[in-house]
Structure formats: structure tokens, C-alpha cells
Design a protein around this ligand. Sequence first.
Ligand SMILES: Nc1nc2c(ncn2[C@@H]2O[C@H](COP(=O)(O)O[C@H]3[C@@H](O)[C@H](n4cnc5c(=O)[nH]c(N)nc54)O[C@@H]3COP(=O)(O)O)[C@@H](O)[C@H]2O)c(=O)[nH]1
Length: 818
Amino acid sequence: MARDASGNSWKVLMLEDNEDDALLIVNHLETQGCEISWDRVETEKDLRQRIADGGWDVVLSDHTMPLFDGASALRVVRELDPDIPFVFVSGTLGEKAAVAAIKGGAQDFIVKHDLSRLTPAVERAIADQALQKRHRLAQEVLRKLSQAVEQAADSIFITNREGEFEYVNPAFEQLTGYGPASTHGQTPALLKSQDQDPSTYAELWQTVLSKQVYRGTLINRKQSGETFFEEKVITPLVNQDGQITHFVSTGRDITDRVQADEDRTRLNAILEATTDVVAIADAKGKVIYLNKAGHTLLATALNLTDDEPGKARAENALNAAQQLIQGALAQAEKHGVWERESMLENASGQHIYLHQVVMAHRDQSGRIAYYSTIARNISERKQFEAQLQHQATHDLLTGLANRVLLAEQLQTEMNRARQLKHLTAVIFLDMDNFKRVNDGLGHSIGDQLLQQISVRLGRHIRPNDILARYGGDEFVIVASDLTDADTIPGILDKVKRAFEQPVRIAGQDIFVSFSAGVAVYPDDGDSVETLLRNADSAMYQSKAIGGRSFRFYAPAMNERQHRLLALESELHRALERKEFVLHYQPQASLRSGKVCGVEALLRWNHSERGLVAPNDFIPLLEETGLIDDVGLWVLRQACQDMRILAAEHGHAPRVAVNLSARQFSSQRLAEQVAGVLRDTGLPAEQLELEITEQMLISDLESSRATLESLRELGVTVAIDDFGTGYCSLAYLKRLPLHVLKVDRTFVSGLPDDGNDLAIVEAITLLAHKLDLQVVAEGVETAAQLETLRALGCDMVQGYYLSKPVPLSTLAGAATLTV
Ligand SMILES: Nc1nc2c(ncn2[C@@H]2O[C@H](COP(=O)(O)O[C@H]3[C@@H](O)[C@H](n4cnc5c(=O)[nH]c(N)nc54)O[C@@H]3COP(=O)(O)O)[C@@H](O)[C@H]2O)c(=O)[nH]1
């Protein structure tokens, strides 16, 4: 749309019933150089519609129309849009109507027959209306602003350049107590408090007078005298000439916040200064704070070095704190507050004990807001408690368990024995003649003696057994996991042997022996008290018979013990009384069919019990050590008997003598054998010594040395009971052996038992490969003998040929043939 020089380009809404008049007006405006787009309405409805469409620069309205009058049209337009310029263009308009029109909000009125004023009237109407609109909007903004200031929560006041109050808002009055009346003619100095540093005011004035905005916190005083912290913003207002005309101050009471900050700072200082570990975790349990003590303690607990970078060190400490709190979250959530003792172990195995309180903190809706834990290092207390516990349960002098701990441990062992169906032996030891040591050598030596006894006893019991000092010179051993009560004398024997050597204290040798009493769970009692009482009473019985011995509480065991003791003393006397005799069992060669050797077998010719078999007394001889003397007697007697036989009959067979384990392991064996051969004059090749597989393998190196020295003497060696032990073919090859005696358990199954047949055949083949002779023991039938012959066995021994016989009848038996 082209414009004229004035640039008027209007969109005109015409309220006109006469279209020609409307065109006339438009035409006039256009001839005035205005560019017009226009529309014409003549009813209220259309007017409302077009005004609602918007975009009109001016409404030109007739005053009198058949369907609608101008005054109503003006009301409608003002109602719908107060800012559209409205000009009446009418035929005639009386003065009264014109005044009413101007009052009603029309900008001007023009008579149709003189349109010369129309263009400037429209121009002025548009300009006036625009100004009015701006004014109205400004008024509106001002009204809103003053409403905002009046209703603001912050305190606001305005002072003039001299600083005198010109306005205070209700919030100011509410905060300070000063209203418009009490501030009239006053300056903000009435808010000053003594608590405020004066330099703050100087800084404030310097800032605002240099036209800058001041921001800061002031400590002000209310009308009531109460001081408060106010967060201030003071803005200088500057006029067009750059002069400060006013100051606007907004303030906010931050007393609560400052106090909360101060509280927080104080609390934080306390948290950082406390020696307890304090950690805080968020609602999900993630640690978000750990105090200084926490960092220090956890870093120590983790052996974190100072070389570690600070950040990594702190992170590691936080991780440790995380672990510390993690396990307790569920309990804290459940109970609100939860206490526990926890333990941290550092890389060096050092334990740090903590007493920990864990709390779950909830918000108002009951949801977990965060968790906190306070942990105190109680390691010293724990150590002290452990010391107290140790002192309460251990004997101070020896460090052994005392009665209290003994009772506890014994109860545990009894419970275990009940479950495993085992036996538990309570051995009550009372030192013989301790009083004499104490009285004679003094209490200090007595104490040292008890200490050394404890050590020696400790070394001679099994690691799992319990050793306790019951009081004075009384000790208790609890031996558990026993399957057979017969093992108990062995335990006591070990204790006895532990004190074969005297205890040396301050250059003095002190010989120690005990009186011992034994009670066995479950037979002798099923409570700690009963077992200890019964073991104690058994110990008194032992003391009553002179000490240096032990008694079982159970009468049956004492009987057995009695029997063994009686047998032991009888065996002692048997040697002196010459009650031991030798019987000889012939061995025949399957090649020649003739007797080629005999085995010497020990018998005890008991005055009352008759001939006692070796199995009934040899174990006891071994146990008591008597076997040394008896074994030597057997060796000497067998050699002498063979010499007698040779002297009487011109020749004698080779004699095989059984050695006990103790004899074989003796360093003096070769020397003793040589001595006997020399004394009796029996040629060495006529003596054979029988040992078992177990004896050999218990100490292979020393066995080899013994066998070598026997071979050097010219004596042969047979392995007895072959096949029943743990024989390894490897050692058979490497040791100087001569004969294998196949155990009679394999012979008894011949000829029908295929396994026995295979075993005997294998042994025979193996022996021959290793250049060893084979003797089959326990041959009782002709069938067995023939089978052995067929298997290539060298010699046989057994009842089929002859039972063991006394020397007097051996000569006859030696002529037997097979
Ligand atoms: N350390 C020593 N041990 C010795 C001594 N004297 C014997 N003993 C060992 O005692 C065990 C039992 O011996 P004993 O009761 O004399 O029995 C021997 C034979 O009587 C028996 N035998 C022999 N033939 C048969 C038979 O056909 N049937 C059968 N049922 N028994 C038979 O075998 C025993 C000989 O065995 P072994 O010595 O293995 O050859 C016994 O282990 C002896 O070793 C000794 O002075 N010192």
C-alpha cells in the first residue's frame, strides 16, 4: 500500500448506515493523501464482530442511524477496546450530544458537510489515544509495582538524598516495628546497633554515593531493642541529570539462617575435633561425610601411608567408612538406632575394635533422609578386657588354663565326645613330694619348678589335649578323641617318661614324679564336677599306695591295671627264677625233605598258670623294657641249646631267634649278638634273626646299618610274617636279607583259595628273583605242603611237621622228614 508524504495509512472501521456517505468520507481521506483500508458496519452485532477481529486504527461513526445509535456504538467500542480512537462523523450534532460524546470517550466529532478537519482530527485522535494508552499502561505498571512493594515479604524503604525516610512498606514495619509515622523525618540511623562494626556504614555510604548498589549483611536493631541480621541491597536512584535523588533499600531478616550457619559451624568444629569416628550416609547409604577422626582412624586401620596421595587416601578411608556403615543399614532402618561392636583388620593383621551406633534419620513423611554413625575406638578397652579375661581364666604363675577355663573346655570336650561317641580322659596329677621342695629349697625354686613342669608337660601331650593347673602342685590333663581306654596308660607313660630326666633349677637336679588319677567320660561321670572329683579321688588312691603310679576311677580298669602290675612284677622275678624256657619248632627243606632249621619260641613256665604263651606277656615285656634282658636271654639260651645239641648229636640245625622292635632298634644289637656267639661258640652261619616288616620300615636308614653289621658277623636275617605289613619291594632289593617267611594267613587258604595261591606264588617268585629263601609258616596239612612244594617254596614250618617242642624232644623231631 503506497503512502502519502504524511505517511498516513489507516485501517478504518466505519459505522455508517449510508454507503454513499461512507464512500464520501473515504474519498475525502484519500484525497488528503491517506491510504485507507476500511470496512462498514451498521449494526451492533457487526460492530462487536469487527472490533473483536482487531487491528483497527480508528472508528469513524455516524451519530444517528436507523438500526443503531452513535452513543451506544461508542459504549460498545470502549467496552471492547478502550484504546481504539473513536471520532464521530455526523450530519448534525447538537452541543449537548457533542459534550456527551466527548465525555463518553470520543476523541472528536466532525460534521459531514465540512470534512476539512477530518484528517487532522483522525491524526490527533490516533496520537492522543496512543499517549493515553501508554499512560494507562504506565499507571497499571505503577499500580502493580506499588502493590508488589506493599505486599513484599522483604522489607523495603525509600529515602531521599538526605537519607530521610519517604516510604516504608508493611514488611519493614512488621520487621522493625517502625511504621510510616515513627519513621517520618527520621533516617535509617535509627536502625543502627552497637554490634555492627562502624566501618561497615562507611563502606555502605561510599558504595551508594558512588552510585553503586550496596549488598551486605547488617546487624540492625528493632524498635523493641532486639537485634537482627539483615541481608541488605541499597540502590541509589539517579535522575536524568545524573544526580542521586533517592535510595531504595530492600532487606531480609536472615537471623535464623545466620544462627543456623553458626550452629552448623559450631557443630562442624565439634565433629572435626571429636576423637570418635563420625560418618553420614545419604538415604541410599552412600557415605557423604567422614570427619577428621574417621579419616585418621580408618587410614591407620587400613595401613594407608602418608605417601599415598591425599585424594586416594581420603577415598580409601571413605570406602572403609562405607563398609563400616553398610552392614548396619538394614538394622538401623528397622530399629531407628542400632548399636554393635565391629572389628577392622589391617594389612598387618592388627585388630581395631569399634563400638558403633548407627542411626536412621527420617523426614516428616517418615522416609529415610540420611544415616549417621558414631564409632569409638575401643581397642584399648578390648585389650584390657582380654587381659582381664585371660587373668580370670589362666594361672598367673604358669600361664596354663585355671580351674575356670578347665571346666569350660572340659565341658566342650564332653559335648564333642558325646557327639562323636569318643572317650575323654581326665587325668589328675599331683606332684609327689612338692612340699619337700618348697620347704627345703624355698618358694622361689618351688615356683620355678612348677613353671618348668608346666612346660615339660605341655611338650608331652598332644596339641589338642588340655593342660590346666588345678591349684598348688596339681595339674589336670584332658585327653580327648580317645576310642579306646587302653590308650590311657600310654599317655600316662609319656608323662612318666617326660620326667625320667630331673628338672634342673639353680644348679640343682630335682626329680619329679606324680600320683595320678584317671576318670573317663562317659563311664566315670557325665558332668565336669563328677569327672574331676572322681579323677581326684583316684589320684588319692594312687597317693595312698605310695605315689609314682596312677589309678583309674573305674573299678574294672583298676582290676586290669592290677593284673598288669602283678604280671609286671612277676615277669621281673621270672628271669631270676628261671621260669622262661625255649621251645623249638623245626623247619624242613622241601628240596631235601629234611629238617634244616628250628625257630626258638619263648614260653613262660609259670608256677601257677603253667606254660604261658608269648602273646600274653611279650607286649608287657616290651612296654616295661624288660624285653631287653629277656630277649638277650633268649638269644644266649638258643645258641647254648644248639651247642648242646651239636655236642650230643654231632650236629645241630640253624636256629632262628625272634627279635623285638626294641631289640632291633638298639644300637648295641650287633655287639650283643657278637658277644653271645663268642661266649657260646656257635658259628654265626647257624644263627638266624627274625624281624618283622614294621621293624624294618620304621627307620629304614638305621635298619640298613643294623643289617649290614649283622651280615658282617655272618648272621642271616629273615623277614617274619611277610605279606602282612607295608613291605615295599624296593627296600627288599636294597637290604642285606636272606629269608622271607610267608605269613601263615596266606598258607591257611591253600590249596583252594585262589588269592592265597596267587600271593604265595608271587612272593616265592619275587624272593627267588632277589636271591632270598622262602619259608612257609603255619603249614598244617599235607595238601598245603604239596601245594607249597609245587609253588617252589624252599622250606616249611608248621604243626604238620611239628609243634614247638622243648629241647629235650627236639633231637627226635629233628630227624623228621617231609
Ligand atoms: N620277640 C620275641 N618274640 C617271640 C619270641 N618267641 C615267640 N615270639 C613271638 O610270639 C608270637 C607267638 O608265638 P607262639 O605262640 O610261639 O606261636 C608260634 C607258633 O607256635 C605258631 N605256629 C607254628 N606253626 C603253626 C601252625 O601250623 N599253626 C598255628 N596256628 N600256629 C603255628 O606260630 C608262631 C610262630 O610265629 P612266627 O614267629 O611268626 O614264626 C609270634 O609272633 C612269635 O614271633 C621271642 O623269644 N622273642
